[in-house]
Design a protein around this ligand. Structure first.
Ligand SMILES: [Zn+2]
Length: 246
């Protein structure tokens, strides 16, 4: 299998050019490239990303004076407490959305293979600030109405993690079983095969809230097609629309 590169191969045009006709005149367009590659340090954020990659944990920082827990741990010293030091703490992996998230269907090149996704701000259990996280549904293409302000979400970890923020995303807890919600470090591959109908009453109730979402008569089968297959489908949709507009 071809090893993945920083710039995916399908974004790199073939060497050559084409003729563009404009106002009766021919113009040459040549494919060219200008790349800059560099390494960047995650600096004081390193343990946050290492915890995601190696321990499937979400870390925050807790002020030693006021006790505020910020997630992600974006300060080493609390600006509200005359720069008292903070300490690292682990926070929960279930939280609530601070606001109704926008959905990105047509993303720029950096996120093209990830669209469509919601851009959520989730306040995880034990945290006082909201963390930006990508949102998906296990039921197919993300549509408005699945996520709203206050929707409870669960952090999911990708099976292959590099130590970047896209290693995690969130799904509604209403689409998960009680066991899945309770399990820390839930993997994307563990979402497959779960059936919302076999889950708890609480889950069924919260599922009813999203009544604008089509509920399949065979949820187990729907669930089995989620995630990877869904991402592939979404990617091909986006790529075909790029061709149409390009
Ligand atoms: Zn403080």
């Amino acid at each position: 299998m071809q090893k993945e590169k920083v710039i995916p191969f399908n974004f790199i045009p073939d060497k050559g050019g084409r003729t563009l006709k404009l106002g009766g005149a021919n113009y040459m367009l040549m494919n060219d490239a200008m790349y800059t590659f560099y390494e960047r340090s995650m600096g004081d954020f390193s343990d946050f990303f290492l915890a995601i990659r190696d321990k499937k944990k979400i870390l925050g920082c807790k002020c030693t004076k006021c006790g505020m827990v910020r997630v992600p741990p974006f300060v080493t010293h609390c600006p509200d407490c005359n720069f008292a030091p903070t300490t690292r703490v682990e926070v929960g992996q279930v939280g609530k959305l601070l606001s109704t998230p926008p959905i990105t269907y047509f993303a720029n090149a950096l996120f093209l293979d990830k669209a469509p996704f919601g851009r959520g701000r989730a306040v995880l259990k034990g945290a006082d600030t909201a963390m930006s996280v990508m949102l998906y549904t296990t039921t197919g293409i993300l549509t408005p109405g699945i996520f709203n302000r206050g929707t409870e979400v669960k952090i999911i970890f990708k099976d292959d993690r590099m130590g970047e923020i896209c290693d995690i995303f969130a799904v509604p807890t209403s689409e998960l079983t009680r066991a899945q919600i309770a399990k820390n470090g839930l993997l994307e591959s563990e979402l497959k095969g779960s059936s919302p109908c076999s889950s708890t009453t609480a889950t069924s109730n919260s599922r009813t809230r999203n009544s604008n979402r089509p509920i399949s008569s065979s949820p187990a089968k729907t669930r089995a097609t989620c995630s990877t297959a869904f991402f592939t489908k979404a990617r091909s949709l986006i790529q075909s629309s790029r061709k149409n507009f390009g």
